[in-house]
Design a protein around this ligand. Structure first.
Ligand code: NCD
Ligand code: ZN
Length: 339
């Protein structure tokens, strides 16, 4: 008999579902295995109105393909949202995502200045209304230093708004790990790829476009710091895959789009990593319990069983004339979904 593990209410607290045909391709791959996911708002144009939000929610519901899955949606941060607008949509969203302008895919209309004074009107309302702030924490500096350089900005927001729940999204550095416990209102999400790879895997040998994402994977000591807090089930971190599908031709191109597509292999690989680190007992904290406590919600009852059995990851996911290459395409991983 192969070894099995049953996961309770797995959650992916940072994912890109996109829209139209790509949404139809990728949403069921997450909805099949996860109980819920936090969907990013960086569509073109980004979600900034109630109409756009409600209609995106509907399109997700139509595309997800499995009933036992909850999509938690977000809107795209604007510095001048009115209190009335936020109060009106509060119950429809789980958080608001802040992108500094131009730092990643579809962030051109993000905030042009991270000056706390400029951001204050929206942040103040969010703090009063209890809406969490999700942040893409990178500056426009040198690529390896962008996250580290953002730490003072996290510090200024966390201290100016002590009642605001702040999530440092997809952290990639020891600097972010070290900041986590300094402020009670600071939390973090960690992706699958940043628990595994370093810059060497992306660009140390042949260039690997399917491992290229923002923030870029960093040094071994950074990866090790992330892995440590994930496998110990640190109460302030949660899983957010940042699974970010781009069409194959946009990844395998001169000018490669940033984003790693991990949705269909995320659970299998998390089990593999936690098993390798003798930490399977902590997986439910990283994958579900911490997120429910941090975002203050109760996930739907859903369990998913995995089997310790080798699985060759498909080279391509293809449907609705969309083609996306997953992380570990054509490679063998050691856990599979129970059939
Ligand atoms: C994301 C995307 O493609 O939307 N890309 C990425 O490299 N992670 C945006 C993001 O989360 O930065
Ligand atoms: Zn993302």
């Amino acid at each position: 008999m192969s070894k099995t593990i049953t996961l309770n209410q797995p959650l992916d607290m940072h994912i890109h579902f996109r829209d139209d045909d790509m949404l139809k391709l990728v949403a069921p791959l997450t909805a099949k295995t996860f109980a819920g996911a936090l969907i990013m708002p960086n569509l073109v144009p980004p979600i900034t109105t109630k109409e756009a939000l409600m209609s995106y929610k509907k399109r997700i519901k139509e595309a997800q393909g499995f009933e036992d899955f909850e999509a938690f949606v977000t809107i795209f941060f604007q510095a001048d949202y009115s209190y009335e607008f936020l109060a009106d949509i509060k119950d429809e969203i789980i958080g608001i995502k802040l992108y500094p302008a131009g730092v990643t895919t579809n962030s051109e209309t993000g905030v042009s200045s991270m000056d706390i004074k400029a951001l204050s009107p929206t942040l103040e309302s969010m703090s009063k209304l209890g809406i969490p702030l999700c942040v893409h924490g990178e500056t426009n500096g040198f690529v390896m230093d962008r996250e580290k350089e953002f730490m003072p900005i996290y510090e200024s927001i966390a201290s100016a708004f002590p009642d605001l729940t702040i999530i440092m999204e997809h952290i990639t550095t020891k600097a972010a790990v070290d900041l986590l416990d300094k402020y009670p209102n600071l939390y973090a999400s960690i992706t699958l790829q940043h628990l595994i790879i370093t810059l060497d895997d992306v660009a140390g040998g042949m260039l690997k476009p399917h491992l290229f994402c923002k923030p870029i994977a960093k040094r071994p000591e950074d990866r090790d710091a992330l892995l440590k807090i994930a496998v110990e089930g640190h109460p302030k971190v949660m899983f957010g895959s940042d699974s970010a599908p781009h069409p194959k031709h946009k990844k395998e191109a001169c000018g490669c789009a940033a984003g790693v597509f991990t949705a269909p292999i995320a659970l299998q690989m998390l089990v593999q990593i936690f098993e390798e680190n003798n930490a399977l007992d902590n997986l439910d904290k990283f994958l579900s319990l911490n997120a429910q406590r941090i975002y203050k919600f109760k996930a739907i009852d859903k369990t998913i069983t995995l089997v310790k059995k080798d699985y060759v990851v498909p080279s391509l996911y293809e449907a609705f004339s969309q083609k996306v290459v997953p992380m570990f395409a054509d490679e063998t991983i050691h856990w599979s979904l129970e059939q």
